[in-house]
Design a binder for this molecule. Structure first.
Ligand code: SR1
Ligand code: MG
Length: 395
């Protein structure tokens, strides 16, 4: 096989690639398994029985559907983004071993000692460090890549490298547009949910007006280098740490996008725990969301206070306003993410695996999501986001 021209590799090709290109395998006998469960790319685990690596590789269309035709460079960008974020949180990202510009693949550390957060949560796991670890990841990656800390020219040069129009377009369509209109074929709801969605989502003009404002922000606000798809399948955990993977949707966008995504997926996990009778875990999940937000706020303020390099931006009131605005954006994004995963393409198993409780859970989450999108400024009246969720009605 010739690896000097791009082709879409299968397991056999990846084995030969690894034998030829990865020093530590040195021509050894290798086993290769495709283990990806994402929507876009292929993920191969390569092992010689003792050591293993992950090879992430992209095709010319998305794995989920050929209707998404995408540049294979997305994997290169993803590798570079992991390297960029690794400057701040090296322990919370996989080590990048090599990036192949021709074969459009990234060789990285195999996180075999870690579990996927979504799977672990569905199995009932409790992971005490989760809130602090995620708050730390979010503050380090989002605040240190903002204009306060990253020198303007450096930020603009990284922005050029991280520009991501194709995958941003997927987000613009799937998160900010399609779930709010009944004429998109990629939306899919059960017949029991139809009337509710027709009336309260497709039929709500003021909701659409709030979403329009949020979409404009996503299109315009080049605030921080964001992950862009921070759901519980992109987070790997173990007893004493976590690693964040898969930032293929990353670009310089609104910092609140990542914070809001994490919150939404913890609500999915909470709803799953509640519907499945895992009360202790549900109580713990509430504290995780509070801890993420508290840690984010505290660490963001410290980073801004200690590292704002531009004298003209060194203003305590500005720091506080900046963080408050990120939180506000995050509430709105959490609402959008909840709606798009219930109404639009790319559902989450936390919800699809529910049976009798599914429709009521979906309605409750949709009602909560609408509140977040339409009334982000009212959130601070409540001691916790869960109080709003539990209230269960439009406020
Ligand atoms: C076509 S990709 C569908 C979704 O999967 C990813 O997880 C992103 O959230 C994207 O919107
Ligand atoms: Mg992904």
């Amino acid at each position: 096989m010739d690896f000097s021209t791009y082709f879409l590799m299968d397991e056999v090709a990846v084995a030969q690639y690894a034998r030829e290109k990865i020093d530590k395998f040195n021509g050894n006998q290798l086993s290769v398994t495709e283990i990806g469960d994402g929507n876009l790319n292929y993920v191969f685990r390569v092992s010689d029985g003792e050591q293993s690596v992950i090879i992430k590789h992209s095709g010319v269309t998305a794995r989920i559907s050929d209707e998404f035709v995408l540049s294979t460079d997305r994997t290169i960008r993803e590798g570079r983004l992991i390297e960029a974020h690794s400057r701040y949180v090296p322990d919370q990202l996989p080590e990048i071993i090599s990036i192949d510009l021709v074969m459009k693949c990234v060789v990285m550390e195999d996180l075999k000692d870690y579990a996927i957060l979504r799977t672990a949560l569905q199995q009932g796991d409790i992971c005490p460090h989760l809130g602090k670890s995620l708050g730390h990841y979010l503050s380090e990656t989002l605040i240190r890549t903002s204009d306060f800390v990253l020198p303007a020219k450096e930020k603009k040069s990284l922005q050029k490298e991280m520009i991501n129009p194709e995958l941003c377009e997927i987000t613009e369509d799937l998160v900010y547009t399609e779930p709010f209109y009944n004429n998109f074929s990629r939306n899919e709801i059960s017949s029991e949910l139809e009337l509710f969605v027709e009336k309260y989502i497709y039929g709500d003009a003021s909701l659409k007006a709030a979403v329009a404002q949020a979409k404009l922000k996503f299109l315009n606000k080049a605030e921080s280098l964001i992950h862009g798809d921070l759901h519980s399948g992109s987070i790997f955990i173990k007893k004493d740490g976590l690693k964040v993977i898969d930032p293929e949707f990353g670009f310089f966008g609104p910092a609140g996008y990542d914070v809001g995504n994490v919150i939404a997926h913890l609500f999915f996990a909470y709803a799953n725990a509640q519907a499945s009778g895992r009360e202790e875990q549900a109580i713990w999940l509430k504290s995780v969301v509070d801890e993420i937000l508290a840690t984010f706020r505290e660490e963001a303020l410290t980073i801004l206070t200690e590292n704002t390099y531009d004298i003209a931006l060194r203003d305590t009131a500005l720091f506080a306003a900046f963080i408050t605005e990120i939180e506000r954006d995050a509430y709105i994004v959490a609402g959008l993410e909840l709606i798009r995963r219930i109404v639009g393409l790319a559902k989450v198993s936390d919800i699809t695996q529910l049976h009798a409780e599914r429709v009521n859970t979906e309605k409750k989450l949709l009602t909560f999501a609408k509140f977040l999108i339409q009334h982000p400024d009212k959130v601070r009246i409540y001691s916790s986001l869960f109080k709003i969720y539990e209230a269960g009605e439009e406020q």
